[in-house]
Write a protein that binds this ligand. Structure first.
Ligand code: ADP
Ligand code: MG
Ligand code: ZN
Length: 522
């Protein structure tokens, strides 16, 4: 229903989307400007010191590793790395920010002018008009073999700042003040290194926005920058969106939507917002520039604050820190540290293991999945990579989903998947039996070989053992044998079924079937 409405609206209006993505750099041990540990949770206000509490006289010392991670992020997304950069103070008052200013970056971010490519299902919008009414990109490139298209999305900048503390509105809902009796502040998060990426307004559909955010997440994971958990808030996406009549060269007024804590929420909030704005314009009204809040339960956005309350941040250079001058050789050194990125990994899985693109894309997008896969293939052998992928994307993915666990927390190990694939490929068990074994190994954590042994499941492929049973079954039904020989070949299934029953399901079905046919044609 909502999806239909969106499709209809997008025929008349062009949606324009730009994302701002905040990622906590959880790969560093300490906060951005002090030595307090970076970690999620913990007793409130236990990971704090005079610097991250903003006590008078405390001096910030920049975290070098956080800067390196940010530059790596920029290198991985084709950004230019600044040779000269600086932190600025962004002044505003909010109770979760102890200093009443945030140390951030202004006109001299570490990285700027990058882009990444995303692949999207379906047909792309042909024209890409940028802010000045020019054609920004050649337009999406169709990838007909997948029924999708490929499009480039520009990255305006990636800068580094410090995260704020966390407000807990007691009695309110989902971090909102409404209905709360009072608010508490936890400064454990305050000062955590926070990387902010701002995209160009290059996305045209909620699906493109979702793919872009997912792609960035997989790149950050491949680099090892962060755990990128949208649920826990270590990756937070704000979506700016406007609509304009198709063919218009000026951008419409945008709203900014916050509080999406999953990729689905990002997609759905954008779809809702595009339809809402189009309906306002259809009714002869206008879109108000404001910040809106996505309510995942009510499935709608509502006003959080209007632009009238917008701040003048009075940015000025942080006087307690000298600017940075980077040596190009230092940047080259970091470039050498870049690991294999998801797209390259996907292409390698296709070339090296013959995986279908769909499978290769999913496995390569998540570093944990990719490592699991490569370990399993290392044990099972490259010629069994497709089967390993099938198990991971079928049975294992379903199980992880049902149990809501990450692959690293599962009882199922890469060695177990490799062993299971081996048992099937060597004909020791049928693929139907393998599903039972899988379910048991996921429950108990026992190795598949041990389960097969304990359950007496070993599939019989031994031709002479099978032939013995086949002869017995055929002798028991002389009438049916005669009918078969007279042309009723449809009885084959009956004979195979009888043999399988005699063998309590342990016969190799292919060998059984071949044996029945051979003996009947004797
Ligand atoms: P603001 O000053 O409101 O924060 P910015 O110019 O910093 O706006 O842009 C923030 C984000 O909004 C960027 O990702 C940008 O691409 C996007 N954006 C800017 N203008 C529009 C628009 N009219 N429609 C959709 N997105 C936009
Ligand atoms: Mg902004
Ligand atoms: Zn501190």
């Amino acid at each position: 229903m909502a999806e239909d409405r969106l499709t209809e609206v997008l025929e008349r209006y062009e949606a324009v989307i730009g994302l701002e993505i905040h990622t906590e750099i959880t790969a560093t041990n300490t906060k951005m400007f002090c030595g307090c540990p970076v970690a999620f949770g913990g007793e409130p206000n236990t990971r704090v010191c005079p610097v991250c509490l903003g006590l008078p006289g405390a001096l910030p010392v920049p975290n070098e590793a956080a800067i390196e991670w940010t530059v790596l992020a920029g290198l991985a997304t084709d950004c230019d790395i600044a040779l000269w950069s600086q932190f600025h103070r962004k002044q505003y008052f909010y109770p979760d920010m102890p200093k009443d200013y945030q140390i951030s970056q202004y006109d001299l971010p570490f990285c700027s002018g990058g882009e990444i490519e995303v692949e999207v299902d379906g047909q792309g919008v042909a024209e890409r008009i940028d802010l000045d009414g020019r054609v920004a990109f050649e337009g999406p490139t169709p990838v007909p073999e997948d029924g999708g298209y490929r499009t480039r999305i520009g990255i305006t900048r990636i800068h580094l700042e410090e995260d704020t503390g966390k407000m807990i509105h007691v009695g309110g809902s989902e971090g909102r003040i409404s209905g709360a009796t009072h608010s508490l502040v936890d400064f454990n998060r305050a000062g955590t290194p926070l990387m902010e990426l701002v995209s160009e307004p290059d996305m045209r559909t909620p699906e493109e926005a979702r793919r872009f955010a997912q792609k960035l997440r997989s790149i950050w994971l491949a680099l090892g920058i962060s755990d990128c958990s949208m649920e826990e808030g270590s990756m937070r996406v704000d979506a700016n969106v406007s609509v304009r009549p198709r063919g218009a060269s000026e951008l419409g007024t945008k709203s900014e939507v916050k509080n999406m804590n999953s990729f689905k929420a990002l997609h759905d909030a954008l779809a809702y917002e595009i339809v809402r704005q189009a309906e306002a314009l259809d009714a002869g009204g206008c879109v108000v520039q404001e910040t809106r809040h996505w309510d995942a339960t009510a499935r709608r956005t509502s006003t959080l604050r209007s632009k009238e309350e917008a701040h003048d941040y009075r940015y000025f250079p942080e006087p307690d820190m000298v600017p940075f001058s980077f040596d190009p050789e230092w940047i080259d050194g970091l470039a050498d540290r870049l690991p294999e990125l998801p797209d390259a990994r996907r292409d390698r899985y296709m070339a090296e293991f013959g995986l279908p693109k769909h499978d290769a894309s999913i496995l390569s997008a998540d570093l944990q999945m990719a490592c699991f896969f490569e370990e399993a293939v290392g044990i099972a052998g490259a010629d069994r990579a497709r089967q390993v992928a099938n198990w991971m994307l079928g049975e294992l993915a379903a199980r992880l989903n049902a149990d809501s666990v990450e692959i690293g927390e599962s009882r199922v190990t890469s060695a177990m998947v490799a062993e299971l694939v081996g048992l099937v490929e060597e004909g020791a068990i049928s693929s139907k039996q393998a599903k039972e074994v899988f379910a048991e190994m996921a429950d108990s954590g026992d190795a598949p070989g041990a389960i097969v042994e304990a359950r007496g499941m070993k599939q019989v492929s031994d031709a002479s053992a099978i032939e013995e049973v086949v002869r017995r079954v055929l002798e028991a039904s002389p009438d049916k044998v005669a009918s078969y020989r007279a042309g009723k070949t449809g009885l084959l299934g009956f004979f195979v079924g009888q043999v399988m029953r005699e063998m309590r399901g342990q016969g190799n079905p292919q060998v059984v079937s071949e044996t029945v046919v051979r003996i009947l044609s004797e």
